[in-house]
Design a protein around this ligand. Structure first.
Ligand code: FEO
Length: 393
């Protein structure tokens, strides 16, 4: 049965996945997540916006128990955590039509057992009357698949955004109350899901200026009844300007790289540069992703393992490359015993990072006085770059 009313005819449905700890078999979910769906009852038509992950289809169907008719199911995004339960909803409401972008139609057919004749496509800006209410569809590709769109409920000024502006956060609260907690969760979500598409998100961001938005209703995490909170945060995250921050993911096997990290962290701090080291043996990879949102420089620390970077460092470097943060500079601090190609290998692992490489510090055996001096020089080079660009802390 429907339990949460947003306005008189708009309802908040879906499932809270309190215990999920991994998404896409990749992304840590320290706070669980939710799969939000919404129901709008117009005077003539009833619409379901998105469904839920298939694991929670039974919950959605239970919430819909007393809903006799659904005319349209709007699919903003074909990924299964929102579309996976659509076939179950169609079984209950066989006359319902699924609404998606043209690309969304293709992806729904590819990923789910939904017949093509059940899906109706909508153009960018197209409207759908529900009688006393009307919906406007806004194509907004690459948040974070190519088919994504948003829906604006004109009379209530509610923008339904699916993944966009979402947060992996399981909470019984309908709206954001603890902004700090949601900021962290939403930034983690942006870093892991949206950041690779920063430039296209930025290009389309102006589309939102055409709408008076009273509520943003995403499909993960709580709703925003102060939309400017998340809109302003996104503006900062998608901006081209990084902060005065060095991110330093590293592995140390016998303590030498750790000594180098400690020296570099200390030297950077003394020169006014904020630095965040991540020991990859204990790091929540999501925290690393969050730091990459603002970082101007990435320094990768690694021992040499069979001539190459440590495999956990290789993983972090590939992840950073895939997430395409706006870092401007990169360097490597490394150790080796008798031969190494770590710098060349790491450079090969980050082809998408449009960075200027700053001279690495590569040490044979344990670090000595001259190596500590080299690390101090590296810190000064980084600090000078940050000063020249006037990156702000
Ligand atoms: Fe929440 Fe891209 O799915």
């Amino acid at each position: 049965m429907i339990t949460k009313e947003i306005t008189k005819d708009v309802f908040f449905l879906g499932g809270i996945d309190w215990n999920r700890r991994l998404f896409d078999s990749l992304i840590p979910l320290p706070d669980g997540t939710s799969y939000n769906a919404y129901l709008i009852r117009g005077s003539e038509k009833t619409v379901l916006l998105d469904a839920v992950d298939p694991s929670m289809a039974h919950q959605l169907l239970d919430q819909l128990k007393e809903v006799e008719k659904i005319d349209f199911i709007i699919s903003h995004h074909a990924e299964q955590d929102h579309s996976g339960a659509i076939p179950h909803v169609l079984e209950k409401y066989p006359d319902a039509k699924v609404i998606a972008t043209p690309k969304g139609k293709d992806l729904l057919i590819d990923h789910l057992p939904i017949p093509a004749d059940k899906i109706q496509t909508v153009a960018d800006g197209e409207e759908l009357s529900l009688g006393n209410k009307s919906l406007k569809f806004i194509h907004y590709p690459w948040v974070h698949w190519p088919e994504t769109m948003l829906t604006y409920l004109k009379e209530e000024h509610i923008l339904f955004t699916c993944d966009f502006f979402g947060s992996h956060l399981a909470t019984s609260e309908t709206y954001v109350s603890d902004e700090c907690r949601v900021y962290e969760a939403a930034k983690r979500y942006y870093a892991e899901i949206m950041m690779p598409f920063r430039k296209i998100i930025k290009k389309n961001f102006g589309k939102l200026n055409d709408y008076h938005i009273r509520i943003i209703a995403p499909s993960h995490g709580p709703l925003y009844h102060k939309p400017e909170f998340i809109i302003e945060a996104y503006k900062e995250w998608i901006s081209d300007e990084p902060g005065n921050l060095v991110v330093l993911p590293y592995i140390s096997m016998h303590g030498s790289v750790e000594k180098m990290v400690e020296t570099l962290v200390d030297a950077l701090g003394k020169k006014g540069v904020v630095v965040q080291p991540f020991d990859l043996t204990v790091t929540d990879i999501g925290k690393l992703a969050i730091s990459l949102v603002d970082a101007a420089t990435i320094v990768i620390g690694t021992p040499t393992v069979l001539g190459e970077p440590h495999p956990m460092v290789a993983y972090a470097a590939r992840l950073a490359d895939l997430l395409k943060p706006k870092v401007k500079f990169a360097s490597v601090i490394a150790t080796y015993g008798w031969g190494t190609s770590v710098v060349e290998k790491i450079a090969e692992m980050i082809p998408h990072l449009k960075v200027e490489l700053i001279d690495p510090v590569v040490v044979k055996g344990h670090p000595k006085e001259s190596d500590f001096r080299a690390l101090d020089e590296l810190a000064e080079k980084i600090a000078a770059k940050h000063r020249d660009h006037q990156f702000k802390s």
